[in-house]
Design a binder for this molecule. Structure first.
Ligand code: 9MJ
Length: 684
């Protein structure tokens, strides 16, 4: 009998079980699909524990759609096979603009011939991202998830149901509050892993001494094909739906409506970055826009997909072989490729850091031909077990420096050689030192080392420092190699006549360069401090120091305590500055610059505004500004930009695809703004 009062509803544990299940899945949906948590982790755990104990007391009530069943089950000996009732198609590919134009022409011609498109109209396409994951088909019967299968050869795939149940964003039961659910609903989409989750997973794997994965796709594939679903349950897999297979009665007539319908059933749908476009020029514009945003996306994509939006038109167009005629994948240049590691050489950087560099057989990756890639440091080479002669995976994403991801072990020959770290600087012969808590080995030669001298000069004349236009790396190298420049101050003694004698320098460009050098004599103080190349002093810190001390003399004579008074300067930075000015040759550089007439202008403190002292974190893709642009504007208005959200964060500015930083902000109650909100704040 129900008791009196508020608990009436749940007087029977059995009712409470149903309520808990619905409640937990509601929170799962809010957290994993909508990216908008509605309760704290602790409250969620409490609901889960209560459900577990009720189910333990009533084992007859345990059902497959209970959230308690998402933890994984006993290992399988092999995967069963599943015959797809509607084949799982793959997509035709286009790489060149011309192929996209040809695709659109084929589609338009066929639709016109069938009387489905007027002569003067363009075809309407739904354009979406092409996730670089694994295709999956989910089968729901009477709303309940009964089967999950990989694509396989398109006709027959593998039964991965036990693994898929552990993915919290995939509903175990479809939501029926918006639509009546057909008896059979097959949802198709992509299983993938976010880049940040992938990195965390690899760190954890490494700590446990287990296999690290070369990329998110491999990690997702390995996790999906685990016979032990308890392991899959620990892996941060995600899913986005983009299509359907067998569906009883389909209440939609366009691809775009179909996605809305799937979202209404509780399926995760990628609702960002898609557009409806008409005709080939809009398709190509979309491709280029996504290409620019690609490096900032939280997951890997390998292209975009154009799909004819009208389902009736799709039906008319039909299929060729195993691909639909109504859709095409427009691929980006691959960000990864394999090639042979010919040798490993070391380079000496500005601060003496010794970086091993891979010399590679030329390979086309990320849209360019790559012959060198960084290997970061010795530990990294050992960790990745990369050997000279190996076939290696090379990655170049966006404008990021190409890197060697790892060896292809199956292709390792018998004659590969391990890398041996140098014990003396290859440029100046000085000893190499490696501090205990640092991964990086360093040449101890300081400015005695030609390599460090060159790099210091390149840094000092760079855009963010003294900004000497027309003085490139090649010229600096020649000037140092010929002994013409020993330190920065020597730059101011150069004349156009001698400069004109250097490679690729005419009299005109030499004169222009001398003018640029003279112009750089009066930089802002912060830029001059940055130009000195003090370790741990980036452009922002240099500016803070300039504002705080007001002159180079005051900075040079500051002790540790005075330095620690500067906002945002901690012991590491302060120690580095004290050590820098304790070196007589660094003082000499400053004196020599002064003797050449270099005198900086004082730095204006940012105007006191609503933003001074406020810390911002930027996340996701903003509609108009890039994150760099937004950062610059915040800093110019006196605010600070940080990379991680904490209780000290004042605002999180979130764009599309904001992920964990936004969740954290919501958990901590940090104010969240969009770009428009930020603009308002800046304007006020
Ligand atoms: C991916 N991989 O994101 C399709 N895909 O459509 C999207 N794949 C697809 N669509 C039909 N967005 C077959 C495959």
């Amino acid at each position: 009998m129900p008791l009196e009062g508020q608990n009436d509803l749940f007087a029977e544990p059995v009712d409470r079980i149903d309520w808990l299940r619905a409640e937990i899945e509601r929170h799962n949906h809010a957290y994993y699909v909508l990216d908008h948590p509605t309760i704290s982790d602790a409250q969620y755990d409490q609901l889960m524990r209560e459900l577990q104990s009720l189910e333990a007391a009533h084992p007859d009530r345990i059902t497959m759609d209970s959230p308690t069943q998402r933890v994984g089950a006993a290992p399988l000996s092999s995967f069963g096979s599943v015959t797809h009732t509607v084949p799982m198609l793959s997509l035709g590919n286009a790489f060149e603009d011309g192929e996209v134009e040809a695709f659109d022409k084929r589609v338009a011609d066929m639709l016109r011939a069938a009387g489905k498109l007027q002569l003067d109209r363009s075809v309407e396409y739904f354009c979406e991202l092409k996730l670089d994951g694994l295709a999956l088909s989910l089968r729901y019967e009477k709303g309940l998830l009964v089967q999950a299968a990989t694509r396989g050869d398109g006709q027959t795939g593998e039964d991965v149901t036990a693994n898929i149940r552990t993915i919290k964003s995939i509903p175990l039961r479809l939501k029926d509050d918006m639509y009546a659910i057909p008896d059979v609903v097959e949802v198709r989409g992509e299983v993938f892993m976010n880049l940040s989750d992938f990195r965390k997973l690899n760190e954890a794997q490494e700590k446990k001494g287990e296999k690290v994965f070369v990329n998110p796709r491999n990690a997702a594939a390995g996790s999906l094909r685990q016979l032990d679903s308890r392991i899959t349950a620990q892996r941060p897999l995600r899913f986005f739906a983009y299509g359907w297979g067998e569906v009883g009665e389909a209440p939609f007539s366009t691809h775009s409506e179909m996605l809305d319908w799937l979202a209404g059933l509780g399926m995760p749908v990628n609702d960002s970055q898609h557009v409806i476009a008409q005709g080939p020029s809009e398709l190509l514009a979309y491709y280029r826009m996504v290409g620019e945003r690609r490096p900032a996306l939280p997951y890997d994509i390998d292209g975009v997909v154009y799909k004819v939006n009208q389902l009736e038109a799709q039906r008319v167009l039909g299929f060729v072989a195993r691909a639909p005629r109504f859709a095409i994948a427009h691929k980006f240049p691959a960000q990864e490729a394999t090639t042979t590691l010919l040798d490993i050489e070391v380079q000496v950087g500005r601060t003496g850091a010794i970086t091993p560099v891979a010399r590679l057989a030329p390979v086309f990756v990320g849209g360019v031909t790559v012959t060198n890639a960084t290997l970061h440091n010795e530990d990294e080479i050992n960790r990745k077990d990369v050997r000279i002669g190996d076939v290696v995976v090379v990655r170049r994403a966006g404008d990021v420096i190409p890197e060697v991801v790892g060896p292809v072990l199956e292709k390792r020959g018998a004659d590969v050689k391990r890398f041996v770290m140098v014990t003396a600087c290859p440029v100046c012969g000085s000893a190499i030192e490696k501090l205990e808590d640092e991964a990086i080995a360093r040449c101890t030669g300081g400015l005695f080392c030609g390599a460090q001298r060159k790099q210091s000069l390149i840094h000092a004349v760079g855009r963010k420092a003294l900004d000497v236009e027309g003085l490139g790396e090649k010229l600096v190298e020649q000037l140092v190699d010929r002994g013409r420049i020993h330190s920065l101050a020597d730059l101011y003694g150069l004349n156009s006549l001698e400069l004109a004698g250097y490679d690729r320098m005419g009299m005109k460009s030499a004169e222009k360069l001398v003018e640029a050098i003279q112009k750089s004599k009066h930089p802002l103080l912060g830029r001059l401090i940055f130009a000195l190349g003090i370790r741990h002093v980036g452009e922002t810190t240099a500016r803070d120091l300039a504002i705080h001390f007001g002159s180079i003399e005051a900075l040079m004579s500051a002790d540790l305590d005075r330095l620690l008074d500067v906002p945002d300067v901690g012991p590491v930075v302060a120690g580095s500055i004290v050590r820098f000015f304790a070196e007589p040759h660094n003082i000499e550089v400053v004196r020599a610059l002064q003797a050449q007439g270099v005198s900086p202008r004082t730095e204006d403190a940012p105007q006191s505004s609503g933003l001074s002292g406020k810390t911002f974190v930027l996340t996701g893709t903003l509609p108009v500004w890039s994150r760099d642009e937004a950062s610059e504007k915040i800093i110019a208005a006196g605010g600070k930009v940080s990379g991680s959200v904490s209780r000290k964060t004042h605002y999180v500015v979130a764009g599309e695809d904001a992920g964990s930083k936004l969740v954290k902000a919501q958990e901590l109650g940090v104010a969240v703004l969009d770009e428009a909100g930020l603009r308002k704040l800046l304007d006020s």
